[in-house]
Design a protein around this ligand. Structure first.
Ligand code: CAA
Length: 409
């Protein structure tokens, strides 16, 4: 059975997120974009109304929302301003590996920091010479007694300047390729951590993007996430869980551009009629509408699979690839519908076109999504098809363990 009906809670949540995006985010979006203003005031408000840390389980103070609900929120954030939305949602990327792989104490401490106070965290995977090629990372973690010493550099780190802790991936066995990577939680105020540079970006200018350097940073062994040398898999499982939300944000950007273009086409008169009466414009609007709706279906499918406890790698990458590329295409066409005015900053679609570009780059480029899709379709591997969350839930309901999900990778 296929049922696209949202529950009353999901409808309420979407309405809350939409109203927040309209009243709090859109109101300042173009101004914050112009100056690259850090949206701390909006982060604080989003935290207060419960729109942050959406997937942190209830036992660690979060709302423990299902993935579909998270996507409903993220679409609205993308519709309001994806730069501000990215600032609000980055805690989800940093906290997912902790939820999946942290010990009980680590989860209580670090997830609790995000839910008890307005703290931020960042996901540190990418390096200057290792973007798409995760296993090419150079950051080193060397075991010394009961701690690890980390050295290296991480770049393009969302919220890096303001984060209180980082999820850092490092090589513990440099000869072992992807099987020699381990994940750790690192406190931002640890000796040897420096936040080096805030990037001046083309789009999503209200989001903070920084470079983090680690120089002989001591990390307690208990801050390791999952098992030693299993960090690559943990990163992939994290991205499976966050790509639906990022894709939803791309749908939100596309939807915003589509709405602006459709509205403008009814007002702008050329050759004696609104340009909406010209077939050239109608076809662009029709394609925009189709791409928004098709993208949302893929996004919802990728989220619902996770909610059902099934691995969603294929659909998650399809959603990301399609929604990101669609956001780019829709915003380019929206500028076209506006004509020369679309190129002027005074009109809304110029910002949306700049914002859309990063959707094809971060959390895996559109080319990497195609690579993942092709491997899933052509070269299926031996990866568990049931999620660890579902396994933990099944065991808990059998009464064979406590309610808390164990370290899973
Ligand atoms: N779940 C579980 N295991 C998985 C998996 C998944 N989804 N995908 C792969 N694996 C496992 C494989 O089974 C394999 O296991 P074995 O050790 O048993 O062989 C192992 O992981 C290696 O997999 P691959 O052979 O596919 O690895 P690869 O080196 O060829 O790389 C890749 C695969 C898809 C290219 C990967 O490197 C990748 O996703 N790259 C893009 C990284 C990315 O998205 N970066 C963005 C960072 S976040 C960000 O953007 C920051 C921000 O703030 C927004």
């Amino acid at each position: 059975m296929v049922d696209f009906t949202l529950t009353d809670e999901q409808k309420d949540l979407r309405e809350l997120a939409h109203n927040f995006a309209e009243k709090e985010i859109r109101r300042v979006a173009w101004e914050y974009d112009k100056d690259g203003t850090w949206p701390q005031d909006i982060i604080d408000q989003a935290w207060e109304v419960g729109l942050m840390n959406t997937h942190i389980p209830e036992q660690y103070g979060g709302p423990g929302l299902d993935y579909l609900s998270g996507c409903l929120i993220e679409e609205e954030m993308g519709w309001g301003c994806s730069g501000i939305g990215t600032s609000l949602m980055a805690n989800g990327l940093a906290s997912a590996p902790v939820t999946l792989g942290g010990s009980e104490e680590t989860k209580k401490k670090y997830l609790g920091m995000l839910t008890e106070d307005k703290k931020l965290a960042s996901f540190c995977l990418t390096e200057p010479d290792a973007g798409s090629d995760v296993s090419g990372m150079k950051t080193r973690a060397v075991k010394q007694g009961d701690k690890y010493i980390l050295n290296g550099s991480k770049c393009f780190i969302t919220n890096g300047t303001y984060a209180d802790w980082f999820t850092v991936y490092a090589k513990t066995d440099p000869e072992a390729g992807h099987r020699g990577i381990t994940a750790f939680v690192v406190d931002a105020d640890s000796a040897g951590v420096t936040v080096d540079k805030k990037e001046d970006k083309m789009g999503q200018r209200a989001s903070n993007t920084a470079t983090i350097s680690l120089n002989d940073v001591e990390v307690p062994g208990e801050n390791m996430l999952g098992e030693e040398n299993k960090g690559f898999k943990l990163a992939m499982m994290t991205l499976d869980r966050t790509r639906p939300g990022v894709s939803a944000m791309a749908v939100g950007i596309g939807r915003a551009a589509f709405e602006y273009a459709a509205e403008y086409s009814k007002e702008r008169v050329q050759f004696g009629v609104p340009i909406a009466m010209h077939q050239a414009i109608q076809f662009m609007i029709a394609d925009m509408s189709t791409k928004v709706d098709a993208g949302r279906l893929l996004v919802w499918n990728s989220a619902v699979l996770l909610d059902q406890g099934k691995r969603n790698t294929l659909i998650s990458s399809e959603a990301k690839r399609f929604a990101a590329d669609s956001a780019m295409e829709i915003t380019v066409d929206a500028v076209q519908v506006y004509g020369g005015y679309g190129f002027i900053k005074e009109y809304p679609v110029e910002k949306l076109m700049r914002d859309a570009k990063i959707m094809q780059l971060y959390e895996g480029t559109s080319q990497i999504q195609r690579l993942v899709i092709a491997r899933e379709v052509l070269l299926p591997r031996n990866i568990d098809e049931t999620t660890p969350e579902a396994e933990a839930k099944a065991k808990a309901s059998e009464g064979s363990q406590s309610e808390q999900a164990p370290a899973t990778v």
